[in-house]
Design a protein around this ligand. Structure first.
Ligand code: FAD
Ligand code: SF4
Length: 590
């Protein structure tokens, strides 16, 4: 029988960046908070220390920091007429687990979205007319603007200690930065990364073609930094074991290195790990949350945590899944277009270009950092004229040097045998003489891309798995071909002896890693019929439930999501603190 604990004011489901931000913003209030995290507690010392943290097999190949699929996975299919099958090995995406979530093993590439990303449908209709948007695309405006979020982007970037060179401070365009970025109130807190050699080659070629290269905004520290919370980070060692690993040097911004040291000291906050939340409990009329139920994984005890306010701060998959499991909102049905939970699942449309150099060009890519890259934004979003292209959206083109680790990194040119002596010789020949350009593209929402509860498969706790139905829309495939061709032109100027262009092709497969930038399912918007949450992340259907993270995105932009995720968390925290707590009610009337 379930035990019931004393009630709290706020309960968080999942303790990654977003939960930590909201818990910190409520530090001076009288509210009592509990953070429930399904995974273990962990910290830079002792958990992320070398030599064990540089075990590539354990962490990069066997995914030691990621979700355990034997406990909970997803099912997947490309189209609604297929039967979805469970994903039994991690591949295309790598959801995190344990305290700090995926913010521990992320890269730290910290981009803001552009203003038109938040008004995607309106912007395109205004500039090009309605016909530019393919009928199957269900892209929507977010219900908030870049200007709304700007102060919160600023908060998050100063929390993280982002290193970069701003291209637009207060409306002044500054050479050397991103000339397409929207007005920001001040520069980054830290200087940009020094470019790697591949980045130097890329910048030169890009400038010759008239583009505007700049250094990727980086949450790998470019110098020692004490953030506004008084937490100190140290300079990045460019160790090459960044994405998929915790940082032993306190140099990658993560919940552990920016916020948790102060959040865990707050008298009004308690952390409970090994607490797997199975549902949000509702009053009989389904209109009010009374708390959550979780399983204490250490004892197996089912536990009810009553709360006045529930924050769903789990990953993009888990937030809509918990809503559906709990009866919050209506499950989306692609055949009718009705239902506000599960709709507009989107991803990231990734292309690439490989550059194989002669042996006298030493790229030394084994030194690297998660956000060490040189990038152009000339083909991002609507920064280029789409009137004759047959698609909307775009991608950034980046020369990343994130670390060429020995087990995963063995690029060889097409036509090389896939095993045996010739393969080994090619790996040795090309290891230090191969580079890549990433083409990191937008993902438009589409009527038949969505998430719901699987009718067949269940998790270790007997609950239906989340079912993903997804394939790339024709719009995004065209975009990927177009921008990857432009990346190929840059690569041709970078002096490689062979250039191989790899645009994204269909069908989408969950096997090769692409990104963990899964979005949608509990999207924000202005209409309760077509969005699960209002512009503050508050559920339309159960107003004492708030949602955080990429589940809120109505579609995905060209850039990586976390700067926007953090900004949204500050935005939501502000709304809770200044408006909701004094008057717990819907913050927006439909
Ligand atoms: C390999 C990788 C590289 C990345 N690199 C970048 C990058 O360079 N730039 C960028 O912008 N973004 C990047 N990201 C994305 C970034 O990590 C996420 O956007 C960010 O971590 C999201 O924070 P969050 O708090 O929303 O969720 P998460 O970090 O996912 O945290 C959610 C937490 O909820 C917990 N949880 C889930 N379900 C339950 C449950 N039922 N009960 C209790 N707890 C639960 C999880 O265990 C987890 O700890 C990357 C992600 C990955 C995986
Ligand atoms: S590359 Fe830098 S930030 Fe990343 S893990 Fe290594 S030292 Fe830390």
């Amino acid at each position: 029988m379930a035990r019931t604990l004393p009630s709290v004011d706020v309960v968080f489901v999942g303790m990654g960046f977003t939960a930590a931000i909201i818990a910190r913003e409520l530090k001076d209030s009288s509210v009592k908070m509990v953070g429930l995290e399904r995974g273990r507690a962990r910290n830079t010392v002792p958990d992320f220390q070398s030599p064990s943290m540089h075990d590539e097999l354990a962490f990069a190949v066997r995914h030691g920091l990621m979700q355990d699929l034997s406990q909970e996975t997803v099912t997947f299919r490309n189209t609604p007429d297929q039967k979805a099958l469970p994903m039994r090995q991690l591949g295309s995406f790598l959801p995190g687990t344990d305290l700090g979530g995926a913010g521990v093993h992320w890269n730290g590439q910290t981009f803001r979205f552009q203003p038109e990303d938040f008004r995607l449908r309106s912007h395109h209709e205004e500039r090009y007319g309605r016909d530019i948007i393919a009928e199957e695309l269900t892209i929507q405006d977010w219900g908030l603007t870049y200007e709304d979020l700007e102060p919160y982007y600023d908060r998050f970037e100063y929390l993280l200690g982002v290193g970069g060179y701003a291209g637009n401070v207060g409306g002044e365009i500054r050479p050397g930065g991103n000339p397409f970025e929207a007005k920001r109130s001040r520069d980054y807190p830290n200087p940009p990364t020094a470019p790697a050699y591949l980045g130097v080659l890329f910048a030169k070629a890009a400038m010759e073609l008239g583009y505007s290269p700049y250094q990727v905004p980086s949450s790998n520290m470019t110098r020692a930094y004490t953030n506004p919370e008084g937490v100190r980070l140290e300079p990045c060692m460019v160790c090459g074991y960044c994405e998929r690993f915790g940082c032993e040097h306190f140099a990658k911004s993560s919940p552990q290195t920016t916020l948790l040291p102060v959040v865990l000291q707050q008298p009004n906050f308690a952390l409970r790990t090994n607490a797997h939340v199975t549902r949000v409990n509702l009053t009989p009329d389904g209109k009010h949350a009374t708390g959550v139920t979780y399983i204490d994984l250490a004892t197996g005890q089912e536990t009810i945590q009553p709360a006045e306010l529930v924050v769903l701060s789990a990953f993009a998959f888990h937030n809509p899944r918990l809503m559906l499991l709990s009866g919050i909102g209506k499950s989306y049905d692609p055949s009718t277009g009705e239902g506000n939970v599960g709709r507009n699942y989107a991803y990231q449309t990734m292309g690439s270009v490989s550059l194989f150099y002669d042996e006298d060009v030493e790229l030394n890519q084994f030194m690297g950092a998660g956000a060490l890259g040189t990038v152009i934004s000339d083909y991002v979003s609507d920064n280029f004229d789409h009137s004759k292209l047959g698609f909307i959206g775009g991608a950034y083109i980046c020369a990343y040097t994130t670390g060429a680790r020995p087990i995963e990194y063995h690029p060889v040119p097409p036509g090389t045998p896939r095993w045996g002596l010739a393969w080994k010789q090619a790996v040795a020949r090309y290891y230090n003489h191969t580079g890549g350009l990433q083409v990191h593209g937008q993902s438009c929402a589409r009527r038949t891309n969505y998430v719901d509860l699987d009718p067949t498969y269940k998790d270790a706790f007997g609950q239906p798995l989340l079912r993903i139905t997804f394939d790339f829309p024709e719009n995004d495939l065209r975009m990927s071909h177009y921008v990857t061709d432009r990346a190929g032109e840059i690569a041709e100027r970078m002096g490689a002896s062979q250039v191989v262009v790899n645009p994204r092709t269909a069908p989408y497969s969950v096997v090769p890693y692409q990104t963990t930038h899964n979005t949608g399912g509990a999207i924000m918007g202005a209409d309760p019929k077509t969005s699960a949450c209002n512009r503050y992340g508050q559920s339309w259907d159960v107003p004492n439930v708030f949602v955080t993270g990429t589940a809120l995105f109505p579609q995905n932009a060209s850039y990586n999501p976390t700067d926007t995720v953090g900004a949204l968390a500050y935005w939501t925290a502000d709304a809770i603190k200044t408006r909701y707590l004094s008057s717990p009610a819907p913050l927006v009337q439909p």
